[in-house]
Design a protein around this ligand. Structure first.
Ligand code: NAP
Length: 241
């Protein structure tokens, strides 16, 4: 069967690297993005240059109607076989004592509710179509807790780990696999301090932050037939963190 995968947050960073890798591995790719249409279209063009089909779709993953529109648009390309839940935001940086409620609420909406809404629609569609695979992008923060940085974000990513375990069991008999990749510190524009990945290097056993491409291969493997017996797993790709 032709593989058609939706990648949320596909316009840049880890998501863009995942889109490129999936295209190279034979997937048609729907590139979800929040605001930067130009960047998303550029990623879709990169996918098309490999001979695969692609579409860029604007979506706020925390909005139920938007999520349905994303999946409806994807269905025009064919049967959706994969979802990569990747769109995430950190919210406020610093100690919890200084974090504002609106910023934390937004981070929980995007990182938790957004993943749940996308996964819900994916399993609804995949149950009807005979199966598929979901990969959630979590974070090593889920187990490290990110003290002084963003405890609320770490808690949200722990929720992603937990939804991976629960949903994987819930839909295993429907032929749907649900797995998770938990990256460590990666060089992207995600960080409030752009130099943070470099500054963190000394705390990472491998002595460096990772590149988005080093996450993309793990995601692609979990979506592939080689991972046909893997579900409910949380694959840490974090340089030893
Ligand atoms: P990034 O460079 O900041 O990119 C974030 C992506 O998410 C962009 O494509 C953005 O779209 C999209 N996005 C943001 N809010 C959205 C929303 N409400 N609805 C839909 N799309 C939205 O982030 P990244 O570093 O690639 O991170 C990707 C994932 O990996 C996140 O879940 C993050 O928590 C996780 N992670 C990152 C690191 C790291 O060190 N970078 C480490 C561990 C885990 P626009 O460009 O259109 O705004």
């Amino acid at each position: 069967m032709r593989q058609l995968t939706i990648v949320t947050g596909g316009s840049r960073g880890i998501g863009a690297a995942i889109c490129a890798r999936l295209a190279a591995d034979g997937h048609d790719v729907v590139v979800g993005y929040a605001s930067d249409a130009t960047a998303a279209e550029a990623v879709a063009t990169t996918v098309r240059e490999t001979g695969r089909r692609s579409l860029a779709v604007r979506v706020d993953t925390s909005d139920e109607g938007d999520v349905d529109r994303l999946f409806d648009a994807a269905a025009e390309l064919g049967t959706v076989t994969g979802l990569v839940n990747n769109a995430g935001v950190s919210g406020p940086n610093g100690p919890l004592a200084e974090a504002d409620a609106d910023g934390m609420r937004r981070a929980l909406e995007v990182n938790v509710l957004g993943y749940l809404l996308c996964a819900r629609r994916a399993v609804r569609d995949m149950t009807r179509s005979g199966g598929g695979a979901v990969v959630n992008v979590s974070s090593a923060a889920a187990t490290l807790g990110s003290p002084g940085q963003y405890v609320h974000y770490a808690a949200a990513k722990a929720a992603v780990d937990t939804m991976t375990v629960g949903l994987s069991k819930e839909v295993a008999a429907d032929g749907i696999r649900v797995n998770c990749v938990a990256p460590g510190v990666i060089w992207t524009d995600f960080h409030a301090d752009p130099q943070r990945p470099g500054k963190m290097a000394a705390t990472i056993p491998m002595g460096r932050a990772g590149q988005p491409e080093e996450i993309a291969g793990a995601v692609s493997w979990l979506l592939s037939g080689d991972a046909s017996f893997a579900t409910g797993t949380i694959m840490r790709v974090a340089g030893g963190m």
